[in-house]
Design a protein around this ligand. Structure first.
Ligand SMILES: [Fe+2]
Ligand SMILES: [Fe+2]
Ligand SMILES: [Fe+2]
Length: 423
């Protein structure tokens, strides 16, 4: 099966934006924060005469620096102040993002973005060298968190300037503060910071030459993102990894081409990206959800669809990822598509999602055994919830699919534990 999509190139900026936008859905208080920090850090570095390659790494770091601050509370605390625990999300973020070479430098910058300058002692931290770029990111972060979103920005600049200059040398690197003072007089820079559609103009401003990824690289990048989606809660810590591996395996059995198998893996990594918009309280609630909580929970596939829409070349992947709660009888959600408008890829994803969810161990229960899994899936086929063909592919190659799931989930578990250790 080929669909002429073998050679697609994916724009890395669009994929990164997708994950930052997902994080911003948690609450309006944190929206645009990553873009603002990326922008301001770039402007500081530009003033300081830093080279283009390093500025680009800094922008990448800015766009992702708080992705491992998983709960809204943690995000809000970081906007209020820098608690003693501030290094945790920075170290976790670095741990999550390292291992994908285009983001290796950004990961190093992120690791130390809350290290104070401490009169030069901040050149190292816990025996590691700290990049000056981390200090620039730190300053940019502390500048933009001071801007009150509900008031005009220009009139706030003198107060922000005063507070930053007071901390020059102690908290912030003096060279960066000098560059900051020069930026204080340029209105356009501040208006940009407060400009809501900043994300759309950012690449143009920072002369960001779009890095293009092939399917293999996109898979590597989205594997990191599956961690950002799953590692928020021990309840889901390796769910997406299992879904991605089993969906890819079933797609291979169904005769999908190599590229399509990779695409299926990518779709699996991202299928629950919309869950980032769902609060941890709802995700982890023991027992049944209230009506309102259920509505929130069920909206996650809608957000998956809207978020992935921003990535050119992801049209097919999006359908495979976001339709995993649509059912053949049209009673699924949120689009209420009927069987004939559900592509095989989406049907496979739905099977992989249920199969993984009932097979995996969760902190509060063990995964089901084979007989029970078969019983549940068969019942869902009978009730027109799952596609009989996609489910039969799983049953006919059960061990193969299950082994792929177990290997992938064990690997994700190791990444999760490493991240917890480093954070
Ligand atoms: Fe941070
Ligand atoms: Fe931040
Ligand atoms: Fe899922």
């Amino acid at each position: 099966m080929t669909t002429g999509i073998e050679k697609s190139r994916i724009n890395m900026y669009e994929v990164l934006l997708c994950i930052t936008n997902a994080g911003d859905l948690i609450s309006p208080e944190v929206s645009n924060h990553h873009q603002q920090v990326a922008y301001f850090a770039y402007m500081l570095a530009d003033r300081m005469g830093i080279g283009q390659k390093q500025k680009k790494d800094l922008v990448l770091a800015g766009l992702l620096h708080d992705v491992a601050a998983f709960s809204l509370n943690e995000r809000l605390e970081l906007i209020e102040a820098e608690p003693v625990t501030a290094h945790s999300h920075a170290f976790r973020g670095a741990s999550l993002l390292s291992g994908f070479s285009p983001l290796e430098n950004a990961a190093c910058i992120i690791r130390h973005h809350h290290v104070p300058w401490d009169h030069g002692d901040g050149k190292t931290f816990r025996g590691m060298k700290v990049s000056p770029l981390s200090h620039i990111l730190h300053l940019a972060d502390r500048v933009v968190v001071q801007a009150n979103k509900n008031a005009g920005i220009i009139t706030q600049v003198p107060a922000i300037r005063k507070s930053i200059v007071e901390q020059s040398g102690s908290n912030f690197m003096p060279e960066a503060v000098a560059a900051f003072e020069e930026l204080c007089d340029i209105e356009s820079i501040w208006l940009d910071v407060a400009y809501k559609p900043l994300m759309y103009i950012l690449p143009g401003i920072v002369a960001f030459d779009m890095m293009e990824l092939n399917w293999e690289e996109t898979e590597g990048l989205t594997r990191l993102f599956s961690g950002i989606i799953d590692f928020r809660s021990p309840f889901t810590a390796n769910h997406s990894a299992g879904v991605a591996a089993s969906a890819e395996k079933i797609a291979e059995i169904a005769g999908f081409s190599m590229s399509e198998q990779k695409m299926m893996h990518i779709a699996g990594n991202l299928h629950d990206i919309g869950k980032i918009a769902v609060s941890k309280g709802v995700l982890e609630k023991p027992g049944s959800l209230s009506k309102e909580e259920l509505v929130t929970m069920r909206s996650h596939t809608f957000y998956t669809y809207r978020l992935l829409q921003a990535i050119k070349g992801f049209e097919v992947i999006n359908k495979w990822a976001a339709f995993h709660h649509e059912t053949l009888d049209g009673k699924g959600y949120p689009f209420h598509l009927k069987g004939d408008s559900l592509p095989l890829g989406s049907r496979i994803m739905a099977v992989a999602d249920v199969f993984t969810a009932i097979s995996e161990d969760r902190p509060y229960r063990k995964g089901m055994e084979y007989e029970e899994i078969v019983r549940v899936l068969k019942k869902m086929v009978q009730d027109e919830k799952l596609c009989p063909y996609a489910t039969a592919l799983l049953f006919d190659h059960y061990d193969e699919v299950n082994d792929a799931r177990i290997v992938a989930q064990n690997e994700a578990k190791i990444r999760y534990e490493t991240m917890l250790r480093e954070g």
